[in-house]
Design a protein around this ligand. Structure first.
Ligand code: SF4
Length: 314
């Protein structure tokens, strides 16, 4: 099948299973302190730059800004510092956020099944965890130090989250580390396995392309389109997420092809919504549009932006 035929098929399947809707969410960065040394990340423990960890109250103030923008789905993000973004911290914050957001997801350090269960009971319903790269050799090279160098513990994380009861499990690999064709195969098998095993959860895939780091295996826009379409045909009901790492024009063009959720108006630095003098970012945002502008672009493509598709009382 050529790319055009793939795109048509992908569009058809996406509309059949998801309608013409795009769910909008926003990340809230809690801390840029981290024990790991991932060579591609601005938060790695050797990187210079201002470090900030928000208090629970400051994080809540940032969340209120996102709530005022209209977001109902929030993703809590942090570097891996269990001593700073502790279980106690997370539970206190989640309790405060529950009244403002219908869905709370986390993208923090990998946890045990019991810890995930504790957070699920506190009100977290979604887990994002990227393997970063499925190729074990490259994984070892780019994660030289810290708890993240344990490939298997990370690989088994989505499964622990599924067993703990999360309704949303989002996986992916960093575009630019391994050869994308091989990585795609591994990701598809991983997602297929999770879909079968945790059929009550929505399994989603993200496409985080490396920014600010020379990719080992660059991924072109055309390859990204091919990846989205091939995955959609293989996994018609999987959610697909695109962040503001990608520029506005490309994001708009990918809307009809298979994407089902997008972040908008994002800051990738802790404190970034309330202050311009904030800490260093994890990656630089390429789509700087406001929520209203992203919503207008979604409407212009004939799709509807959705702010809430989940209620924890359901
Ligand atoms: S990718 Fe995550 S774990 Fe690695 S240095 Fe960055 S914040 Fe830490």
């Amino acid at each position: 099948m050529n790319l055009e035929a793939l795109a048509q098929k992908s569009q058809q399947l996406t509309q059949k299973h998801f309608g013409k809707t795009i769910l909008l969410y926003a990340p809230l960065y809690l801390s840029n302190e981290c024990n790991n040394q991932c060579v591609y990340c601005g938060f790695n423990s050797k990187a210079s730059g201002k470090r900030i960890s928000l208090t629970v109250d400051r994080a809540f103030e940032e969340a209120k800004i996102l709530s005022k923008m209209g977001f109902k789905h929030i993703l809590l993000v942090s570097g891996e510092r269990k001593d700073i973004i502790s279980m106690d911290y997370l539970k206190k914050l989640v309790v405060k956020l529950r009244d403002l957001f219908s869905s709370i997801s986390i993208e923090i350090y990998p946890m045990s099944e019991d810890e995930y269960r504790e957070l699920f009971l506190a009100g977290v319903d979604g887990l994002t965890i990227y393997q970063e790269v499925y190729d074990r050799e490259i994984y070892k090279k780019v994660h030289p130090f810290g708890p993240k160098s344990d490939y298997d513990f990370r690989f088994e994380t989505p499964e622990r989250g599924g067993r703990a009861g999360f309704h949303r499990i989002n996986i992916g690999f960093l575009l630019g580390l391994g050869e994308w064709q091989k990585e795609l195969q591994a990701l598809a098998s991983h997602a297929q396995y999770l879909q079968k095993k945790f059929w009550k959860s929505q399994i989603s895939i993200s496409f985080p392309r490396l920014r600010g780091f020379e990719p080992l295996n660059p991924v072109t826009d055309k390859a990204l389109v091919e990846m989205i379409c091939r995955l959609r045909i293989l996994l018609p009901t999987v959610g697909m997420t695109l962040s503001t790492r990608e520029p506005a024009e490309l994001r708009d063009n990918l809307i009809p092809l298979g994407i089902t959720q997008m972040s908008a108006a994002s800051s990738t630095a802790p404190g970034g919504y309330s202050s311009s003098d904030s800490a260093s970012e994890q990656f630089s945002v390429a789509d700087h549009r406001s929520v209203a502008e992203v919503s207008a672009a979604i409407f212009a493509k004939g799709y509807e932006p959705v702010f809430k598709d989940w209620d924890r009382n359901l």
